[in-house]
Design a protein around this ligand. Structure first.
Ligand SMILES: Nc1ncnc2c1ncn2[C@@H]1O[C@H](COP(=O)(O)OP(=O)(O)OP(=O)(O)O)[C@@H](O)[C@H]1O
Ligand SMILES: [Mg+2]
Length: 227
């Protein structure tokens, strides 16, 4: 049975942590599963990722940003996600179309109907079976990310790599750097998206300890797979 699961939520809510843990739990139990992240997941999409997230690219226009995210998604869906689903696999995707609605729609104020049309073109209408929202305030998520970045920087200073290089600090990208009000609009946007299609969403308390949250997510996913 094919199954498509996406992870959503504000910056630093734990999407990458939880998608990795769910991937491990599912593969340990023998499920055919792959994990991808947006933007990225293919060679072409990773090239686009570098453009959209680069802190230096401040002149990117909202429409350019929207089209680049959609282009990366079109490549990922057609090259990786659809073929795997066609072979009855489970695909976990760290961010997907709802991020476009939350960030470019609610965050940047682009027209939601236009975004829906564009997304349909990019994905051929592929919609997740289940979308996991890791619920956290915009402030708390950004703080988590900030703390993690500072910790990584400190570790890099204390233990530089043997050749004198330092380990890469946690990513702090062009979208993270937007003002708090933007991230608050994103957070509220997710609430509106859930209200529009509540059946697809599963909302989790992102303040729970990582392992506990991972168990809760696994239980809900296994239940959904059994249906
Ligand atoms: N449940 C949790 N409790 C406390 N800290 C957490 C929890 N989940 C993740 N973290 C920490 O918060 C930071 C951000 O987590 P993670 O990178 O998984 O979030 P993300 O949603 O993928 O972020 P981004 O929006 O940047 O992709 C990491 O340092 C991670 O270890
Ligand atoms: Mg992440």
């Amino acid at each position: 049975m094919s199954f498509f699961i996406t992870f959503e939520g504000p910056e630093g809510c734990g999407k990458s942590t939880q998608s990795r843990l769910l991937y491990e739990r599912l593969s340990e139990r023998g499920y055919p599963v792959i994990m991808v992240r947006e933007p990225g997941g293919t060679r072409i999409s990773d090239m686009i990722r570098r453009i959209v997230l680069d802190l230096h690219n401040t002149e990117i226009q909202p429409m350019t940003e929207t089209l680049l995210f959609s282009a990366a998604r079109a490549q990922l869906v057609n090259e990786v996600i659809r073929p795997y689903l066609d072979h009855n696999g489970i695909v976990l995707c760290d961010r997907y179309a709802d991020s476009t609605y939350a960030y470019q729609g609610f965050g940047l104020g682009r027209d939601l109907d236009e975004l829906r049309t564009l997304t349909k073109m990019a994905t051929g209408g592929l919609t997740p079976d289940v979308t996991i929202l890791l619920d956290i305030s915009a402030e708390a998520g950004l703080e988590r990310k900030f703390i993690a970045r500072e910790r990584a920087r400190q570790n890099a200073r204390q233990s530089p790599l043997p050749d004198g290089r330092t380990a890469a600090p946690m990513e702090w990208n062009r979208l993270d750097a937007r003002e708090l009000a933007f991230h608050q609009r994103v957070e509220q946007g997710y609430r509106q998206l859930i209200a529009e299609s509540p059946d697809r969403w599963r909302v989790f308390d992102a303040y729970l300890p990582i392992e506990e949250l991972s168990e809760q997510i696994f239980d809900v996913v296994e239940h959904s797979l059994g249906k």
